[in-house]
Design a protein around this ligand. Structure first.
Ligand code: AMP
Ligand code: ZN
Length: 493
């Protein structure tokens, strides 16, 4: 029996505004789409947080035995400045400023994105489609929207008719906005005069002569609208109705609202059963964002090459910091917060390191099965990682008590404790045990420590010939042992 059969997960669905019992459309299978990055610059840590939230969710589903198809796209065209329908393409603009090909920009920042994800121990998605690789699908989708009467063509561009759509559907269903309010609050931007109404959005834009990234279509040489790309890529790989669509909170409107409208207009059907939105990362109290300059790049945080934090932080400490907050809460990144996370993370790793050394008894003074259930309960309650981590610390306390002799554990309970702790810490939260992740230098230190211990034993046995031999032969290899009050240390040259 798969593990998921004995668990009921509740997910906060942004569409209903309620926590709902999660029932996949097809038993045992989950289709999940998450809006990926627009690869025009290095991802900042805020972007990483959103993707990390969904990485954790993906990991938990996999742990429960679901077959998950996780699609996370790369936006490599069509995302205009200010997320609007006018202005320059973000990628083209960067390419123009650097006088290189747009695809060089795409390549550079896609590589950067993948490097960052590797740094933070992300699992790769099942499919990572690019917008430019799905132009044909997008053209077909636009044609269906036009055929169904929800798209109109003006001067080679195609727009979605929001007002027409709203007569038989509810535009604003996800973001809880009303079209009347939008009408009062949108100002007409220059260059939008082609539109019947300012609320309409572009499905296809005719390219100006200077616009490099362009494709032929029945309407003009041009490029697709940003919202349309995600509709095309999600439904191509997950079907017209799929389980989960995720992204950052800031994408709810207009991006996700438009995705719903496009799918309903093209296929007559809501695309998504559960909409999930990850909340924003702040930096010292203000939303992290490229445009305001209030951001930090992952590499700068890990290397310490920044003026914001007092020290370097291991990627797993940063991941632990993020996991200490619910994906639905705003999280403020601060130096103090990271320092506290570092302490917590180290305590957790230390306790896990003790597991192998514990001796077992005939009784347990802690209900390990109950604790194991609490770990699952936390995750089943809309992926409540802060509660999960607090529960893991109940085990940390218990392990330390076993070690100092104030608690006991049976062999069976110790086994369950070990597998549960490892599962949630490493498989689900995606943390990496720094002690086990040895670099070349760590390995050398480990090997020399063994020789130092052997030398110590030889001395205790008064085998001075052997102890001197170890010291001298290490010296020949460039490793000097130094005996001091605190024990023996070594230096290398
Ligand atoms: P973009 O590359 O701008 O399309 O953004 C990629 C993803 O990062 C989107 O899902 C955004 O919602 C998300 N995002 C942007 N800023 C933040 C932030 N400060 N905190 C969390 N997620 C963010
Ligand atoms: Zn998207």
């Amino acid at each position: 029996m798969p593990l998921y059969d004995s668990h009921t997960i509740k997910i906060y669905n942004s569409l209903s505004g309620e926590k709902e019992i999660f029932e996949p459309i097809t038993k045992g299978h989950i289709g999940m789409y998450v809006c990926g990055p627009t690869v025009y610059s290095n991802v900042h840590l805020g972007n990483v947080r959103t993707f990390m939230s969904f990485d954790m969710i993906f990991r938990y589903f996999k742990h429960l035995g679901y077959k998950v198809r996780y699609v996370r796209n790369i936006t490599d065209a069509g995302h205009l400045e200010n997320d609007a329908d006018v202005g320059e393409d973000k990628i083209t603009k960067k390419a123009r400023l650097e006088a290189i090909e747009p695809m060089e920009i795409v390549q550079r920042y896609t590589v950067d994105f993948h490097n960052v994800l590797n740094t933070f121990n992300f699992l790769p998605p099942s499919i990572e489609p690019t917008a430019t690789g799905h132009i044909i699908e997008q053209i077909e989708l636009i044609q269906s929207i036009i055929d169904n009467g929800f798209g109109y063509i003006v001067n080679g561009s195609v727009y979605f008719d929001v007002h027409k759509y709203n007569t038989s559907n509810e535009y604003g269903i996800l973001s809880k906005r009303k079209l009347e309010d939008l009408i009062h609050n949108t100002r007409a931007l220059d260059g939008q005069s082609d539109k019947k109404n300012p609320q309409d959005f572009a499905l296809w834009k005719k390219a100006e002569p200077s616009h490099i990234m362009r494709w032929p279509s029945p309407w003009s040489d041009g490029f697709p609208g940003w919202h349309l790309e995600c509709t095309a890529m999600s439904t191509k790989y997950l079907g017209d109705y799929f389980d989960i669509h995720g992204g950052g909170m800031d994408l709810k409107f207009p991006h996700h609202e438009c995705e719903i409208a496009q799918n309903k207009a093209a296929k007559g059907q809501d695309p998504v059963k559960y909409w999930m939105h990850a909340n924003m990362l702040e930096l010292n109290g203000a939303r992290m964002s490229k445009s305001t300059g209030n951001y930090i790049n992952p590499a700068e945080l890990v290397s310490g090459d920044n003026d914001i934090m007092s020290k370097t932080y291991n990627p797993s400490v940063i991941r632990f910091f993020m996991m200490q907050a619910s994906y639905k809460s705003v999280l403020d990144l601060t130096d103090d917060g990271l320092k506290a996370a570092e302490k917590g993370f180290t305590r957790l790793m230390d306790a896990i390191g003790l597991l192998d050394t514990l001796t077992t008894q005939t009784t347990s003074s802690f209900n390990v099965s109950n604790w194991n259930q609490k770990c699952y309960d936390a995750m089943n309650d809309d992926f409540n990682t802060p509660i999960l981590i607090a529960t893991l610390f109940d085990a940390v306390k218990f392990i330390n008590q076993i070690k100092d002799g104030s608690a006991t554990v049976t062999k069976a309970d110790l086994d369950l404790l070990t597998t549960t702790l490892n599962t949630f810490t490493f498989d689900v939260l995606g943390l990496v045990n720094i002690a086990k992740e040895q670099t070349g230098t760590d390995k050398l230190a480990g090997a020399v420590a063994i020789l130092i211990n052997l030398r110590e034993e030889a001395r205790l046995n008064k085998d001075f010939a052997l102890s001197d031999k170890i010291r001298d032969e290490l010296a020949v290899k460039g490793i000097q042992l130094k005996d001091g009050k605190e024990g023996t240390t070594f230096t290398t040259n």
